[in-house]
Design a protein around this ligand. Structure first.
Ligand SMILES: [Mn+2]
Length: 361
C-alpha cells in the first residue's frame, strides 16, 4: 500500500499538486486497503489520512495500511466530518493545491471543502489513480486468474441446463450459485443472460423470458475474487443454428481472434479496436458493433485502459484486459464473444478456457 501511495504522490507532484483527496471507493481500496462503502483518503506530501464513520471502526483498524485513521460518529456527512478533522487535528498539515477526483466527488463535498478552506484550490483531475492501477502485481493477477477459472467452471456447469422452457433468470441464478460455491465473493455485475431477440441487447440483464428452440443466448458473466473480477461472454444457439446465426457468429469469432492476436506490450488500444472493427465492417455489420472492443480489469470491472476507437492508451505487460466484439441485430438477436487476457512481455495469455466454437445445444 505504501508503494501505491508513494506512486500517487510522485504523480500528483508532477502535476503541481501538493495533496490529493481520494473519494472513489475503489481507489480508496487500491491505495489503503479499505473495502467499506464510506471512507475517504487524503494523501499529503508526507503522510496520508483515512476517515470513515463509526460502523467501520474495527474493519478500518484491520484493513487500512499506510494511513492514519480517523473515525467520526454522529449523523454528519463524511464531507463535514472530514473538514472538521482537517481543521481541528494538528497532526494533519496540508496546504496548497488539492487534487480531487472530478468524476467521483459530490458537489456537496466540493462546496463544503471550498467554504472551509477558501485559501486552498481544488484541482479537478481524472484517471490519476486509475492509470497508476493499470499494471497489475502478481497478487492482483492471481486473483483475476482465480475469478476467471471460477467463471469458466460455472459456465461449463450451466451448459446442460440451457434448454427450451428454462427462464433466463434460472440460468443466471445457477451461475451465481456456482460462482459462490466455487469460492467467489459475489458476481462481478448483474449477470447477462439474453435469449432470442433479447440477445440483441448488449446489456440484456437476465429476465423472466423462457428460452425457445432456435434462440441465440448470450451469457455475459463474471465473479469477484479478492476484489478482482472475471468478465466473460459466450453466445450459444439452442437447437440447430440457422445460416444467418452461423454467419454472424463466424464474423464475430474471427474479429475476436484477430484482436486477441494483436494483444501485446506496446500495442495501441485504438488499433486493436480497429482490427476487430474493420473485419466486422467488411462483413457488412460495422453499424451493428455498437460499443468498444474491450476494457481493463481492476477493482472496477470496467477499468483503464480503454480498448476503443478514441483511446490513446497503450498496452503494457501486466495489464489485464477484455476483448469482446459483438454484432447486434434488432429483432433478430446478437452475438458477443469476450475473453479476459493478460498482456505479457512477448504477447498475451488468454485466461479463459471456455470453448469459443459455436455451441448448438
Ligand atoms: Mn466486459
Amino acid at each position: 500500500m505504501e508503494l501505491r501511495i508513494n506512486a500517487l504522490r510522485r504523480r500528483f507532484r508532477s502535476l503541481g499538486i501538493a495533496n490529493f483527496l481520494v473519494t472513489r471507493p475503489s481507489n480508496v481500496r487500491y491505495l489503503c486497503g479499505f473495502t467499506g462503502s464510506n471512507g475517504i483518503l487524503m494523501v499529503t506530501g508526507h503522510d496520508a489520512h483515512f476517515i470513515t464513520d463509526g460502523r467501520y471502526t474495527n474493519q478500518a483498524g484491520e484493513q487500512v495500511k499506510g494511513a492514519g485513521l480517523f473515525i467520526y460518529s454522529g449523523g454528519a456527512s463524511v464531507a463535514d466530518a472530514f473538514v472538521r478533522e482537517l481543521k481541528n487535528n494538528r497532526d494533519i498539515r496540508f496546504r496548497g493545491r488539492v487534487g480531487v477526483e472530478s468524476q467521483f466527488m459530490t458537489v456537496e463535498f466540493y462546496q463544503t471543502f471550498r467554504r472551509a478552506f477558501p485559501g486552498s484550490t481544488p484541482v479537478e483531475t481524472a484517471n490519476v489513480i486509475e492509470e497508476l492501477a493499470m499494471v497489475k502485481n502478481s497478487g492482483e493477477i492471481n486473483a483475476i486468474r482465480r475469478a476467471v477459472d471460477i467463471t469458466d467452471r460455472a459456465f461449463e456447469s450451466v451448459l446442460p441446463e440451457i434448454k427450451p422452457g428454462v427462464r433466463e433468470l434460472e440460468l443466471s441464478a445457477e451461475i451465481t450459485y456456482k460462482h459462490k460455491r466455487l469460492g467467489a465473493e459475489k458476481d462481478a455485475f448483474d449477470l447477462i443472460v439474453a435469449s432470442g431477440p433479447r440477445s440483441a441487447l448488449p446489456h440484456g440483464i437476465a429476465s423472466s423470458r423462457k428460452i425457445r428452440t432456435g434462440d441465440l443466448v448470450t451469457f455475459d458473466i463474471g465473479c469477484i475474487v479478492d476484489g478482482y473480477p472475471s468478465d466473460m461472454t459466450r453466445t450459444v444457439v439452442v437447437g440447430k443454428a440457422s445460416r444467418r446465426q452461423r454467419e454472424i457468429y463466424r464474423v464475430v469469432q474471427e474479429a475476436q481472434q484477430l484482436a486477441v492476436e494483436g494483444v501485446k506490450a506496446g500495442a495501441k488500444c485504438a488499433e486493436l479496436d480497429a482490427l476487430a472493427r474493420q473485419h466486422i465492417t467488411r462483413a457488412g455489420y460495422g453499424e451493428q458493433f455498437t460499443h468498444n472492443l474491450g476494457h481493463g480489469l481492476g477493482l472496477e470491472v470496467h477499468a483503464r485502459p480503454v480498448l476503443g476507437r478514441q483511446s490513446r492508451d497503450k498496452l503494457k505487460a501486466g495489464m489485464a484486459v477484455t476483448v469482446e466484439p459483438g454484432v447486434y441485430i434488432e429483432g433478430f438477436g446478437g452475438v458477443r464473444i469476450e475473453d479476459d487476457i493478460l498482456v505479457t512481455e512477448d504477447g498475451a495469455e488468454v485466461l479463459n478456457r471456455s470453448p469459443k466454437e459455436l455451441l448448438e445445444l
